[in-house]
Design a protein around this ligand. Structure first.
Ligand code: ASP
Ligand code: MG
Length: 420
């Protein structure tokens, strides 16, 4: 069995859904499990619905939701004829569930409602696509991932119950292949043992694909994207970025850790643990080879550049000349935990610590305010953090040209610099 994953961009129009359908039907002799995200920017719109609802702005929430309803029904109209009625009925069930919820006053915490509302994006997109493919006479089964993926109740970042989920797959998913060739299910969502919907964190659909692959012993996972392959840098910023034909699991997990937006960081472990290769391919041109990610090490990697903008550097300096190494550094790490912020890079001198953070304005302000009770604090915003794996001098020189390097750290494999 193979696992395919399609993201929001691959299904953001009628044309693109047809294209996705083509890719799925070309896998004819394979048993497929297809994991799909919400269409286009649906998740962002649903986040808006959740925020408005929780802020007590019920009418506005219903308004934003009704726009989503309309656009999904519209898409469906262009894709189905014989399946239209059944599909419309299914969509309307999902709509009603959300609208009922929106009519009540919130009594639980925000994250709970977020998940009950936001999970609907994937349910709608998969329902549309499954009916479209049924209309194309494929033997397709739509599957509610919430009946299979069991999690804890840490809403918005739920953790998988691997044992229970594995059993569900064995008992409920595997037997479906007797009658069907393709199973269509949702990325990003699951449910608790009390049947409450949960989400696995933004961009979590890649992770869902890896969970299915791991627990169903898939032969491979293919993530279909709007890029030709994994690139050595963002081609919009670095015109000489090159395609990378193969990468090891280790390399990808490091890249993701440093902020490369190739693949959701949690995706690699379930695949590496079962040695399941991951292909990144272009849905715009499936004939291109793409990138394969596996246990094989690629010894000819070019320098790989990860670019993180909107960075802040904070310097914390002890007021009384205490050494950083002693108590102060622990105090600071406690503060980071309280504010829920993690430095991307840090470096200390005798009496100061320099840290580079993502610029979450509220958190940064709070951190600076609290820390200034104990330290002299200076904040500099608007910086860029560059991480270069497999660097060479030429690349470093090119990247730092006309820029001021504020902070730099090197290991044999990786250079990181914060530049102004
Ligand atoms: N639809 C979700 C999101 O936009 C999950 C995903 O696309 O992977 O974050
Ligand atoms: Mg997505």
């Amino acid at each position: 069995m193979k696992i395919y994953k399609f993201g929001g961009a691959s299904i953001n129009s009628v044309e693109r859904i047809k294209n996705t359908g083509n890719i799925i039907s070309h896998a004819k002799d394979e048993k497929l499990l297809v994991v799909i995200s919400a269409m286009g920017k649906t998740t962002n719109a649903l986040e808006k619905v959740a925020e408005l609802y929780y802020a007590g702005k019920k009418e506005e929430a219903l308004d934003v939701f009704s726009q989503l309803k309309e656009s999904h029904l519209n898409t469906l109209k262009y894709l189905t004829v014989t399946q239209w009625q059944a599909a419309e009925a299914q969509l309307k069930e999902f709509f009603t569930e959300i609208e009922w919820l929106l009519h009540d006053k919130p009594v639980r915490n925000y994250d709970y409602y977020y998940d009950q509302i936001v999970c609907c994006g994937e349910l709608l997109s998969t329902a549309i696509i499954a009916h479209y493919l049924q209309e194309q006479k494929l033997k397709v089964k739509w599957l509610d991932a919430r009946d299979i993926i069991r999690t804890d109740d840490n809403f918005r970042d739920a953790a998988i119950d691997w044992e229970f989920t594995g059993k569900q797959m064995e008992e409920k998913v595997a037997p479906l292949y007797k009658d069907y060739d393709v199973i269509i299910t949702q990325g990003f969502i699951g449910s608790t043992d009390e049947n409450e919907s949960v989400t696995l964190g933004r961009e979590g659909s890649d992770y869902t694909a890896a969970i299915f692959a791991n627990l169903m012993n898939g032969d491979s996972v293919t993530i279909w994207k709007d890029v030709d392959a994994v690139m050595s840098a963002d081609p919009k910023k670095y015109p000489d970025a090159s395609i990378i034909a193969s990468l090891s699991f280790t390399e990808v997990i490091e890249m993701a850790y440093y902020g490369a937006q190739v693949i959701h960081p949690k995706t690699i472990k379930p695949l590496q643990n079962k040695n399941i290769p991951l292909y990144v391919k272009s849905f715009l041109d499936p004939s291109l080879p793409g990138t394969v990610i596996s246990k094989e090490t690629n010894k000819n990697l070019p320098p790989i550049i990860v670019n993180k903008e909107k960075q802040v550097i904070i310097q914390f300096k002890t007021k009384d000349f205490s050494f950083m190494e002693d108590r102060p550094i622990h105090q600071l790490h406690e503060l980071f935990k309280d504010v829920k912020i993690k430095p991307n890079l840090s470096q200390n001198t005798a009496i100061s610590l320099l840290c580079c953070f993502d610029d979450h304005a509220e958190k940064i302000d709070k951190l600076a305010a609290v820390a200034s009770e104990i330290f002299d604090v200076t904040v500099e915003k608007g910086l860029i953090l560059l991480t270069i794996r497999h660097y060479n001098e030429e690349t470093l020189e090119k990247l730092s040209k006309n820029k001021l390097v504020v902070l730099e750290q090197k290991t044999t494999e990786t250079t990181q610099m914060v530049v102004r």
